[in-house]
Write a protein of this length. Structure first.
Length: 81
């Protein structure tokens, strides 16, 4: 693994964790477009810059991962009720 690949992977992981932590677990489908159009990055310029620099394919992959994680959290929460 190259240094550039490692840095990219780390940034994508940080973005994924940031998005999961800051989006509602009841969100049914998260898209790259809905993330870009939201105010989620208003208080974090560094994350906003990282998001803006990503290729649209990578944004879509991260959005799909966020949806999967939030769906899992939602199912877990429903199980606890």
């Amino acid at each position: 693994m190259t240094t550039a690949t490692l840095v990219t992977s780390t940034v994508n992981t940080e973005l994924l964790l940031f998005l999961v932590a800051n989006l509602s677990a009841t969100a049914s489908t998260v898209t790259a477009q809905s993330i870009s159009g939201s105010n989620i990055f208003d208080n974090d310029d560094e994350m906003a810059q990282c998001w803006d620099m990503l290729h649209f394919t990578t944004k879509n992959e991260i959005a799909a991962d966020v949806t999967a994680v939030l769906t899992g959290i939602s199912k877990d929460l429903a199980f606890l009720d």
